[in-house]
Every structure is written in C-alpha cells, then in structure tokens.
Design a protein around this ligand. Structure first.
Ligand SMILES: [Zn+2]
Length: 266
C-alpha cells in the first residue's frame, strides 16, 4: 500500500510514526472527514430529496426544536436511518488497534471526536464525544436521559425504531430530543474537560478529518501547541495552518493503517 503514495508522503508518514512511537501521551481529535469515509454525509453536503429546502437553522438549533419539534425530530429519525447501516472504515479500526496496542506499551492514546455517530465504538475504541450522541435521547425540557432510545448501542440495531411521532418525557411532559449538541449550544462540560486536559498534557496532538482552524478543534490544537506538543494533521484537503508540524494530506482510511503499522513495528 505504501507504494500507492508519493515518496514525499511516505517520508512524512515515517516521520510521524517515529515521532509518535517515541512519545507517551497522544491526543487525537476526529471530525466529519473520518465519518464521511464511511459514507456518512456531513452537514455541508447538500441535503437530498425531502430535506433539500431546509438549512442548519431549521433542523439543528434549539430555536428550531422549539419552533417545530416534529420537523426536527423527523429529520433526526431520517438521519439515524441513513447512518444505521454504516460501518467503521480502516481509519476507525486502525485507531482502535492503536489504543489496544497502547495498553501493553506505556502509551496513553486519548481519542476525542466531534462526530455524533458510534463508528469509533463499533471499531472497539474508547472515545469521548464533544458533540453528543446521535443514538441517545434526552428530554428537551428537564434534560433527563430518555429510556426510549432508538438504539442504545450498536449491537441491537434490529430493534431500532425510526418512528417520526414525537415522544414526551414521563417526568415533565416535555418533548424528547436527540442528545446531541446543536448549533448555538454549549459543549458538554465533562467531555470538554477531558478534551482540554488531554490536549494540554499531550506530547503529540493529531487532528483527523477536521480543520485545525475551526473551533473547537482549533482551541484544542492551540492548547496542545502552547504546552509544547507537536501537531499532526491528517486531512485530504488540509487547511493552511502555521501551527501544524506534520501534514498528511490523504484520506484517514489510507494514512492511519500505515501509520499505526509503522508505530507498532518501531
Ligand atoms: Zn422532562
């Protein structure tokens, strides 16, 4: 597989592997790009059919849910259906393999994701979600986690319901909403603390499938850099960014299996 890559990129992969193998604390942040390689459309992709006339402001903000809960709930049920059969790609598997390998070496590999799907978990990774979970629900009013999950984990996908009928909270009667962070909402405090601590204490910060210029990724990368970490970006379409030390401009599903193979062999 190495032969498919340019000599310059192979050299960069080897450089990154050498750096990573020598360090103990690694913090990894993944974004939409890694899920897109599994066929999960991003918000920036054009909505199709039924939903093409709606924007983010109509579907993924607290105001939209207050205005038209049925519309927002229907959209998320549709999105769940769309994502339900998607599986981890070689990038997810490679990261899980690295975490597994790290248990027997003295490395600590902390994985943080901006994605709401469960592809990292499906691959076997331990991961912190900054933007919540597509497969969890909670009350939009009293915030109580809902028992009426369409899917509590990836292994009971046959019992999923994508019913568009609104659910109400047994405690307060409020509408049940997906447990994800909408535009304009604050990140979950605990998840953000884990991310900040991992970024501040890491020796290498790896940004995968997300621009290191856009928040919150930018904040975490900067925090890592300020504390002396090297920054690696894996992105087929990298943004020009002065704080990145090593740029691997290729799909995560191509780079990560090679990188982790190199690291674990060193
Ligand atoms: Zn409630």
């Amino acid at each position: 597989m190495l032969a498919e890559l340019s000599p310059a990129l192979i050299a960069e992969v080897k450089l990154a592997a050498k750096l990573l193998a020598a360090k103990q604390h690694i913090c990894i942040l993944t974004g939409a790009g890694i899920s897109a390689e599994s066929g999960i459309p991003t918000f920036r992709d054009k909505q199709t059919g039924l939903w093409e006339n709606y924007g983010v402001e109509d579907l993924a903000t607290p105001e939209a849910f207050t205005r038209d809960p049925k519309l927002v709930w229907s959209w998320y049920q549709w999105r769940r259906q769309l994502v339900a059969d998607k599986a981890p790609n070689p990038a997810h598997h490679a990261l899980a393999q690295w975490q597994y390998h790290a248990q027997t070496s003295d490395q600590q590999v902390t994985l943080i994701t901006q994605n709401v799907d469960d592809l990292h978990e499906q691959a076997g990774s331990s991961v912190t979600h900054l933007h919540g979970h597509l497969w969890r629900n909670r009350c939009g009013q009293c915030q109580t986690p809902s028992q009426d999950q369409p899917r509590t984990s990836y292994d009971n996908r046959n019992t999923m319901s994508f019913d568009e009928a609104l659910l109400t909270c047994p405690h307060c009667g409020g509408y049940i909403r997906p447990d994800i962070v909408w535009f304009g909402e604050a990140l979950p405090i605990q998840a953000w603390q884990i991310a900040e601590e991992a970024a501040a204490n890491c020796e290498v910060f790896i940004s995968i499938g997300t621009s290191s210029l856009v928040y919150p990724a930018a904040g975490l990368a900067q925090l890592a850099k300020q504390n002396g970490a090297k920054i690696i970006e894996i992105n087929p379409d990298p943004t020009p960014n002065t704080i990145v030390d090593i740029t691997l401009a290729e799909k995560a599903g191509v780079i990560l299996p090679l990188l982790i193979e190199e690291i674990t062999a060193l």
